[in-house]
Structures are given as C-alpha cells and as structure tokens.
Design a protein around this ligand. Structure first.
Ligand code: ZN
Ligand code: ZN
Length: 364
C-alpha cells in the first residue's frame, strides 16, 4: 500500500491547501538531510514528506488519491493502471532487478500415493510398500541438465538475471517493468549442450517403491507425509514431499466411530430369554459375555479397551455391541408344539390359527 500522505504530513483529510503547505514547510525544515543529524533514516523521511506534499498540493492528484488511494490512478479504476507488476516495479524500483541472479530453483512437486488397509491393520499399525511414479534428479548430470563436463551458459537475453526490464511510456510517465526472461524462463542460464539422459531437464521419471510405516489407530482419509520423498526440485531445488492417503476398507463386523467399534450381535431367542453366553466379536477374536435372562433387542454390551487404539497412544476405545434377538424360523413339528405349549403357559395366543385369524384379532 502506498503511504498515507495525510498521516505523513500530520494533517486531516479536510485540511485546506494552506494547512497542507504549512505542515509541509515545518516538516521539511525539520527533516531536511542537510539540517538533520540522523542521516539516511531522515533522508527517507524527507522523501516521504516531499512525496506527500507533491500529491496533496496538487488538486487533481489529491482528488485521485482520495478516490482511489493512489494519485496515479485515473478515473475508471486500477484497470487502466497497467497491471500489478507495473505498480510494484514503480514502487520498488524494478521488482528486485539488480539484486543478484534470480535463478529458478523450484522445489519439487509433492507426490500423492494411496494405501488401502483393513481395519485390523489400521488397529495394529503396519508397514506397507507403496509404488510411486516420480521425478528423480538425473544422476548423469547431477541435476544440472548440462552434459557431463559442460556447464550452463549465462543467458544472453537477460544477462543472467532471469528477468528482463522494459521501460514503458505510460500516462504516468516512464514506468519500468520487469518480467521473467522468456529465453531462460527465469533461470538466468541456458543449457547449450543438454545432458542426453534427461534431455536437459535435470530430472528423470522413475518408478519407485518405498516402505511406509502406518501408525496404529490411523483414520480413514488420513494423509501421512513422508518428507523429501516427492519429486526432485528443479536445478537442485528442494525435493517435494510424499503424501500417502489412507483408505480403510469396510469391515464385515464393525463400523468405526473414532476409537470405538460398533457391531450388531445376533442373540438366539432362547438365550435372550433364559440368559446365557454370547460371543462378542473384537479385533482380537471373540469374547464370551454373559447376558441376563430377559435380554431384549437393542440392549448394548460394551467391552472397554477392545476398540481402536488412540493415534500415537496406548489407550483403546471400546467395542459397542448391539444385541439383536433372533426369532427362530423353520421350526419343525416338535419345536412348534413345544413353543405352542410355552405360549399356552404364558397365556399368549399363538399357533394353529390362520394369518387371516390373526389379522382379525388385531383389528377387533
Ligand atoms: Zn541429466
Ligand atoms: Zn534469460
């Protein structure tokens, strides 16, 4: 952002031209490099003061500054202003040009791989081999892209700076712009004798396999970052990272909720009625659990410490088993008779009547 010219002069936005002039004169006297002992710092301050006065003393410039926040903007907005890079280069004297060689040594891209685990593997933690296609630094040229024994030459177009400066005439006067050199694409150098192995790119495509250790308790959708195992950077730039996305396959028994594992456990009607033992599945095998006589569908058995491990910790969640009482089907004659007898003892009308009879009974 440009300086706040009003603040620099210490006047309000409504200050009259006289007030602006008075403020300027006072400050200029105070900060003039010739009369001030503070040297360079004061020189900067003096420039700000002068600049502020230049704008605020000119009614036209002051109006534009008030309207657009920049005295060089014209009515119609910043669209006519020649783009942001012009703006920056005029503010900062050329956008870093002359500040040494701007070599494009880009960091390599990140690589994404995916690993599918069973819930059991996610619970235990596991080492998995992942295969990735990536770019490696060329061993022939050491990543430089130049044939062994040769070196890149400074780019003649930009004289090795990677940027080209242009002076453009605009309605605001001459504006210097800097843009990335087209010949060397900002690298500052060109390869005249490219390495045959990588074709001058400095990187070669490879298929790699590496072992990734997946921590126990990992969640579906988690991404593991393996630092520095992505693509090689450009011209010796830093390597990217490898991200391994974790997918956990659906489990036949369990639904996972964080550290807890939910499941549904069928309980034979007789066990539910009389009480007995029910096998609750866990990731470590089945665990026998006693259920009381008169157990109902929807009752829940919790096994603490049998769920998923907490990521990076020892504690484990619980298995939450929903009991579902199963009505027996496919009864033979003897079983029907016994249940009929049971129903009679309980005074529960059942057996022998047609479906129609039952429906009639319900609607009576
Ligand atoms: Zn090479
Ligand atoms: Zn160049």
């Amino acid at each position: 952002m440009p300086q706040d010219h009003y603040a620099v002069l210490g006047v309000s936005q409504n200050a009259s031209p006289e007030e602006v002039k008075k403020a300027y004169r006072r400050l200029a006297r105070e900060h003039h490099p010739d009369t001030n002992q503070q040297g360079a710092a004061s020189g900067e301050r003096f420039k700000e003061i002068t600049r502020a006065y230049e704008v605020l003393s000119d009614p036209e410039k002051r109006h534009r500054y008030d309207t657009f926040g920049d005295e060089r903007a014209v009515d119609g907005g910043l669209g006519d202003f020649g783009g942001l890079s012009d703006l920056f280069s005029s503010f900062f004297g050329g956008g870093g040009v002359g500040g040494g060689r701007a070599r494009a040594t880009g960091r390599g891209a990140d690589v994404l791989a995916e690993v599918e685990l069973t819930l059991e593997e996610a619970a235990m933690g596991v080492e998995r081999e992942v295969n990735i296609s990536t770019l490696d630094g060329c061993s022939e040229c050491g990543g430089s892209g130049s044939a062994p024994g040769t070196w890149p030459s400074p780019c003649s177009e930009c004289e090795g700076t990677g940027q080209v400066q242009q002076v453009r005439r605009t309605i605001f006067g001459n504006v210097m712009t800097a843009s990335t050199c087209r010949r060397c694409r900002g690298a500052g150098e060109v390869i005249l004798d490219p390495c045959l192995r990588c074709g001058g790119k400095g990187r070669v495509a490879i298929d790699q396999s590496l072992t990734v250790s997946v921590p126990q308790g990992v969640e579906d959708g988690a991404q593991l970052r393996v630092s520095g195992r992505g693509e090689a950077g450009m011209r010796g730039g830093r390597k990217g990272d490898l991200y391994v996305a974790i997918r956990i396959a659906p489990h036949e028994n369990f639904r996972r909720a964080g550290e807890d594992l939910g499941c549904e456990v069928p309980v034979p009607m007789t066990v539910a009625a009389l009480g007995g033992t029910v096998d609750i599945p866990t990731l470590d095998g089945h665990e026998p659990v006693e259920v009381a006589p008169g157990t109902q569908s929807g009752e829940v058995v919790r096994l603490a410490g049998k769920g998923m491990p907490r990521l990076g910790g020892r504690a484990r969640g619980e298995v939450v088993a929903w009991l579902r009482v199963v009505t027996p089907t496919g009864l033979d004659d003897e079983q029907s008779e016994l249940l009929g007898h049971f129903a009679k003892l309980r005074d529960e009308p059942a057996g022998g009547r047609s479906l129609f009879g039952k429906i009639k009974e319900v609607f009576q």
